[in-house]
Each structure stands twice: as structure tokens, then as C-alpha cells.
Design a protein around this ligand. Structure first.
Ligand SMILES: [Zn+2]
Ligand SMILES: [Zn+2]
Length: 351
């Protein structure tokens, strides 16, 4: 393909697009690919990377390797609110005066994270996990955090408030470029992909390039859990949203995908089909487990993860249960499973 590494840590993707691999400390993902998009008003970043001194240095050096500097950054487009994407945003804005843009649904999550009292958040988690059948020893530390009103060791730094929304479906106001926001909820409620509707610089067949964030990655299945909004009782269906978003992105027929982790790749359609098949398989596996009545926790214990359940630490188990619940929601919505009336904690069974 058309990539070549330019000196210190930037990759030239051609056509005024570069990427800088900003490290994520102590994380098997390794790094976030921050994209630099040249516009007539200066460089625009897609995501910023994890907030860490080493990551900042890599970003600064990477921008220099692209022939620009942090102070020149015109704006930042955020695919979603997660800290490996939005972490350095405040620092970039302080150094450049750049605007930060994010889809409204994820901006809502940022506002909530900034304003929500810790004890209410942990109270929500305790209630939710108890209702899902989590054992007392799993819930106890969360209840202790709720009662203490704080979490030892948790970073005090709050995520930056975005300055403007990313309106879905619209061409963004980027002089000299044709970039359209595609709302792809699922991984988060306000995740967006950004479609660069310009001919591929190496004339790969297809329609332009897609900055895919965490929505479409070459070798990783993104986490799909519940949206976890303590104030919103709407029964959302994040996995349904994700599968729907995947199909829409597959239909774009892009020539190349520029994801936020791993590496750029062509053949988006094949990758979409693989992910759709993966989730269908997971749903079928879950349905087989629901031959017997089981709580979300009991399902999570029996589902397949990247390691045995006994080796999964407590925090990751909470995430795993959320993922099990997202798959359950889908089965219920499809009429393939239902809650057992009167069960507490709530158990589910195949229909
Ligand atoms: Zn993410
Ligand atoms: Zn990510």
C-alpha cells in the first residue's frame, strides 16, 4: 500500500493524511493511531491519544515529522469519548487553540463523567450488578467505593468538554477537504466514523477512505456493552445499533480503512462480514446456554473470553457482564429469549 514511515514515528498515508502511533501505557492494544489531516486552515487531528507524558512527546514529535507542529492544529475530530482517543485533547487545545468536536451523544457522556458524583455512579453499578446476579464478593468493593464516595488510585483528571458537535451525515466544515461524519453507535452511543470522500491517493478501487475509530478494526472485535447511563431508563440495544452501523459502513464501499488501532487495511466489506458472523455465532452460543434459566452473570461465566473466567480480574468481569447483557438484549429484542417473570436476580431463558 502507500504507507511509508517519515522519520520519527509518523506514517504517510498519502493525499495529505498521516498517522502518529501514540502509546497507551500498560495496555495490550499498544497504541492509538492519531491521524493528521491536512486542510487549508492547518492540520486537523482525528483523535488525540492517551493522556500520558510519553504519549504527548510522541504526538509532538510525530507532528514535527509530518512537517507541522502542535501549535498549528486547527481542530480535533473525536471518533468517541474513550480516554485512548480523547485523553490528550485538553492538552492539544491548550497548546493550539484548536476546537474539539464530538458527537452529541458522547459529549453527553463526557458531561456526565465530569459532573456525576462518584457515589451515585458506584451506587448504580452495585444495583445493576446485583440485579444481574453478581456474587457478593464481586459487589463488595464497589459498595465500599460508593460508601467512601471516592475510588483509591483513580485519576483525578477529567475529560475535556468538547466545543462543538459532529453533526451526523453532514459534510464537515474543513476547507479543502471532503469529509463526512457517519454516526456509528454501538461501541459508544456517539461513536462516529469519518468518510474522506476523495479519490484514494494510490487509486485503490472503492469510494475514498474511512477513519473508523474503534468501530472497524482489522484484527480486534470492539467491546460492545450497555451504554450504562444511570439517568436513562430507556432499554437500549447497543449490539443492535452496532450491527446496524456495521452494515451501513460496509455499504460505503471504501477503498481503505484507517482505524484507530493496529494498521490500515483494504477490503472493509470482508471485515464487516467477519464481524457480523462473529456476533451471530456469539448470539447462537448464548442461546444454547439459555436452554436453562441463567442470570447475566451466570452467562458471562460460561461465555468464551480471551482467557478462562477464573483468570479474569474483577474490573474486566464487570465489563464482561455488560457485554453478556448487550447480547442478551439483542436476543430479547429478536424474540429469541425472555426474562423469567418474577426472577430476582433476573434470569433469562430461550423462547
Ligand atoms: Zn473505544
Ligand atoms: Zn480505542
Amino acid at each position: 500500500m502507500t504507507q511509508r514511515v517519515t522519520g520519527t514515528g509518523a506514517t504517510d498515508h498519502g493525499g495529505g493524511v498521516w498517522s502518529v502511533a501514540v502509546p497507551i501505557p500498560d495496555n495490550p492494544l499498544g497504541h492509538t493511531l492519531v491521524y493528521v489531516l491536512d486542510t487549508d486552515r492547518g492540520p486537523v487531528l482525528v483523535d488525540t491519544g492517551w493522556d500520558d507524558p510519553a504519549g504527548w512527546d510522541v504526538l509532538v514529535a510525530g507532528l514535527a515529522a509530518c512537517g507541522t507542529e502542535v501549535a498549528a492544529v486547527h481542530g480535533v475530530l473525536l471518533t468517541h469519548h474513550h480516554p485512548d482517543h480523547h485523553g490528550l485533547s485538553a492538552r492539544v487545545r491548550a497548546a493550539s487553540g484548536a476546537w474539539l468536536a464530538m458527537h452529541e451523544a458522547d459529549a453527553h457522556v463526557v458531561r456526565r463523567t465530569r459532573e456525576y458524583p462518584m457515589e451515585r455512579w458506584f451506587g448504580y453499578l452495585v444495583d445493576k450488578l446485583t440485579a444481574a446476579g453478581a456474587p457478593a464478593e464481586h459487589v463488595a468493593p464497589l459498595a465500599a467505593a460508593r460508601d467512601a464516595g471516592r475510588v483509591p488510585g483513580l485519576a483525578a483528571r477529567l475529560p475535556a468538554l468538547p466545543d462543538r458537535p459532529i453533526p451526523p451525515g453532514e459534510l464537515l466544515d474543513l476547507p479543502g477537504r471532503r469529509l463526512r461524519a457517519i454516526w456509528t453507535p454501538g461501541h459508544t452511543p456517539g461513536h462516529v466514523c469519518l468518510h474522506l470522500e476523495e479519490e484514494h491517493p494510490a487509486r485503490l478501487p472503492g469510494r475514498g477512505r474511512l477513519f473508523s475509530g474503534d468501530h472497524l478494526l482489522p484484527g480486534i472485535t470492539p467491546h460492545i456493552g450497555l451504554y450504562e447511563d444511570p439517568d436513562d431508563r430507556t432499554v437500549t440495544d447497543p449490539l443492535g445499533d452496532y450491527l446496524d452501523s456495521l452494515e451501513r459502513v460496509g455499504r460505503l464501499g471504501v477503498a481503505e480503512v484507517l482505524p484507530a488501532h493496529q494498521h490500515a487495511f483494504a477490503h472493509a466489506h470482508g471485515r464487516v462480514r467477519k464481524l457480523l458472523a462473529h456476533h451471530e455465532e456469539r448470539l447462537a452460543g448464548l442461546l444454547a446456554l439459555l436452554a436453562e434459566e441463567r442470570t447475566p452473570w451466570q452467562l458471562a461465566e460460561r461465555m468464551e473470553w480471551n482467557r478462562p473466567w477464573a483468570d479474569i480480574p474483577s474490573g474486566s468481569r464487570t465489563i464482561a457482564v455488560s457485554e453478556a447483557e448487550a447480547h442478551l438484549r439483542r436476543l430479547v429484542k429478536q424474540g429469541r429469549a425472555q426474562a423469567v417473570p418474577g426472577s430476582d436476580p433476573v434470569a433469562y431463558v430461550a423462547v
